[in-house]
Design a binder for this molecule. Structure first.
Ligand code: RVP
Length: 497
C-alpha cells in the first residue's frame, strides 16, 4: 500500500493572500468567463460560460426552471439522469424550447377548436397567446392569433369556435422567413404585437418571434445561449443505458453531456467516451468523472473526456467517505488534478477544463476553488436552496427550508448510478433540508460580486490570471475563531457572514 505524505485538505483550510491591485483592476473589468470543454491551448473553447457555475446533476437541483434561470445568469445546468430517458430528454427539450430569437411555435390550435379548448391549452402551458393554423400544427397555414385577452369565461360561450374570437391574419403584422432578428424585433414593437408570426411564401407558419424573448435578452446580458439563441443546457448520463440515453439527449438538444458517477476512474467511463467519439466525433461534447488525483484525470483525458469533474465525498449530502472510506479533501484533490491538467496541456497542446464538484459551504470557497485552478464549479446545496429548484419548500420549527437529498440516498433510488437495484444495499447520501434562501437571480449576483471582489484583491481580471498568480496559505483553526470573537451579533439579517 502507498500512503501519500500529505494531509487531505478542504477549502476552509486556506485563505488567499492579496496581490498588488493595479489601476485597471476594477469590477467592470473582471471577466469570469470559463471554458467548459476541451480546446487547443491558445484557442477558445467551443463552449464557454460567462459565469463559472453549473448546477449539480441531481433531482433536487436541476429542473428546467432552474436551468433557465441559471442560463439567464450566464451559468449552465445539468439535467439529472436518475429518471427515465424520455423524461430527462423532455426536460432538456423544455429548456431548449423556452426561448430563442426565432422559436418553433409550440402552442398552436385549429380555428374549429373551442374557446374552452384553447383556454385549457394556454393554462396548461402557462402562456397567453396561441397561434391559429388551418390544421393546428406548427407548420400549418397561418390564420391568426388568439390570446387570453380575446375572450373571457364570463362574456363568451366556451363552446364557441376559436375562429369567432381570433385576430385574423389579415389584420396582423407578419414577416417573411428571411427577416433578421433585429428587423423582426423592430416590427414587433412597431406593430405592438406580443407575437410576430414568420410565414413562408406559401402562407405556412415557419416560426414565431416573441416580445418577451427580446425583453429577457436585454435583461440578461451574460446569458448562456446556443447558436440558435436557445438556452444552453447540459445533461447527465450513466455507464449503463448510454447507448439509448445519449442519442435521446442529443436529439433533445443537450449542449453538453456529463458522465455522472461518484467514482469515474473506470473502464466503464472510457467505454462511454469511446462510444460518443465513434458515433458523433467532436459534434457531441461529454465530460467525465469524478476523480481526485492526477491518475484519474489523465486516464479520462486520454480516453477523450471534454472536461473532467473533481471531487469524491465532499458533497454536503454525501456520506461516501463514512460508508466506503473513499475520497479526498476537495482542495487537495483539486491541487493534484490541476497539476496534471497543466502538464497534460503542455504535453499535448490540449486544455481539458476542470469542474470542481461539491464541498462549497461559503461563497469564499468558490473563490478559493477558482484560485486553486478550477475552471468552473458544480454546486448542489447552493442551488437547492433557491425558489427555482424543484425540491419542495417546507416549514420546520417556523423556518422555511428546501428539501435536499443526495443521489445516493434511498430517496433518489439511484439504481443507475450506484448499480445496486431499486433498494440500495447501503446509502451514500442523506435526505435533509437546507435553509430557503430566496431567488437564484439575487443570490448569484451577490456571490459573483464577492468572487469579483476577491479577484480584485488578488490583482486578477481573468480566471486564467487568477489561477496563475493566486497565493493560498493554510490557516489554523484559531485564525477563524478570531472573527466575531467576543462580539454578540445584533441581528442575523445585518450580520456579515
Ligand atoms: P454540494 O454542492 O456540496 O451539495 O455537493 C453536490 C455534489 O455532491 C454533487 O454534484 C455530486 O457530485 C455529489 N453527490 C450527489 N449525491 C451524492 C450522494 O448521495 N452521495 N453526492
Amino acid at each position: 500500500m502507498r500512503i501519500l505524505p500529505e494531509i487531505s485538505r478542504t477549502f476552509g483550510e486556506y485563505l488567499l493572500l492579496p496581490n498588488l491591485t493595479e489601476d485597471g483592476c476594477t469590477p467592470d473589468h473582471v471577466d469570469l468567463s470559463a471554458p467548459v470543454v476541451r480546446h487547443r491551448v491558445g484557442e477558445a473553447s467551443p463552449l464557454r460560460i460567462a459565469v463559472p457555475m453549473v448546477s449539480a446533476i441531481m433531482g433536487a437541483v436541476s429542473s428546467p426552471r432552474l436551468a433557465i434561470a441559471l442560463a439567464q445568469c450566464g451559468g449552465l445546468a445539468f439535467i439529472h439522469q436518475n429518471q427515465p430517458i424520455a423524461e430527462q430528454a423532455e426536460m432538456v427539450a423544455a429548456v431548449k424550447r423556452h426561448k430563442a430569437g426565432f422559436r418553433h411555435s409550440d402552442i398552436n390550435i385549429k380555428p374549429s377548436a373551442t374557446l374552452g379548448e384553447v383556454g385549457d391549452l394556454l393554462a396548461a402551458a402557462e402562456r397567453d397567446v396561441a397561434v391559429v393554423t388551418d390544421d393546428g400544427s406548427p407548420g400549418g397555414t397561418f390564420l391568426g392569433l388568439i390570446s387570453t385577452s380575446d375572450f373571457n369565461v364570463h362574456r363568451h360561450d366556451l363552446g364557441d369556435s376559436v375562429e369567432s374570437r381570433m385576430r385574423p391574419a389579415a389584420g396582423l403584422a407578419t414577416a417573411p422567413t428571411g427577416i433578421s432578428l433585429s428587423d423582426a424585433n423592430t416590427l414587433i414593437w412597431d406593430a405592438r404585437q406580443d407575437v410576430l408570426p414568420i410565414v413562408d411564401e406559401d402562407g405556412r407558419l415557419a416560426s414565431i418571434v416573441l416580445r418577451r424573448d427580446y425583453e429577457l435578452h436585454k435583461q440578461f446580458r451574460k446569458e448562456s445561449i446556443d447558436q440558435d439563441k436557445r438556452f444552453a443546457v447540459g445533461a447527465g448520463v450513466n455507464t449503463h443505458d448510454y447507448r439509448e440515453r445519449v442519442p435521446a439527449l442529443v436529439a433533445a438538444g443537450a449542449d453538453v453531456l456529463c458522465l455522472d458517477s461518484s467514482d469515474g476512474y473506470s473502464t466503464w467511463q472510457s467505454n462511454v467516451l469511446q462510444f460518443v467519439r465513434e458515433r458523433y466525433g467532436d459534434a457531441v461534447r461529454i465530460g467525465a468523472g469524478n476523480v481526485v488525483d492526477g491518475r484519474g484525470f489523465r486516464y479520462l483525458a486520454e480516453a477523450g473526456a471534454d472536461f473532467v469533474k473533481v471531487g469524491i465525498g465532499g458533497g454536503s449530502i454525501c456520506i461516501t467517505r463514512d460508508q466506503k472510506g473513499i475520497g479526498r479533501g476537495q482542495a487537495s484533490a483539486l491541487a493534484d488534478v490541476v497539476r496534471e491538467r497543466d502538464a497534460y496541456a503542455r504535453e499535448t497542446g490540449q486544455y481539458v477544463p476542470l469542474c470542481s464538484d461539491g464541498g462549497v459551504l461559503h461563497d469564499s470557497h468558490m473563490a478559493i476553488a477558482l484560485a486553486f485552478g478550477a475552471d468552473f464549479l458544480m454546486l448542489g446545496r447552493y442551488f437547492a436552496r433557491y425558489e427555482e429548484s424543484p425540491s419542495p419548500l417546507v416549514r420546520v420549527d417556523g423556518q422555511l427550508y428546501k428539501e435536499y437529498w443526495g443521489e445516493g440516498s434511498q430517496r433518489a433510488r439511484n439504481a443507475a448510478r450506484y448499480g445496486q437495484g431499486k433498494t440500495l444495499v447501503f446509502e451514500e447520501g442523506v435526505d435533509g433540508y437546507v435553509p430557503f434562501a430566496g431567488s437564484l437571480y439575487d443570490n448569484v449576483s451577490v456571490t459573483l460580486a464577492k468572487i469579483t471582489s476577491t479577484m480584485i484583491s488578488c490583482g486578477s481580471t481573468t480566471l486564467r490570471q487568477f489561477h496563475e498568480t493566486a497565493t493560498a496559505v493554510e490557516v489554523s483553526h484559531q485564525s477563524y475563531l478570531q472573527n466575531s470573537e467576543d462580539v454578540r451579533l445584533r441581528d442575523r439579517a445585518n450580520a456579515i457572514v
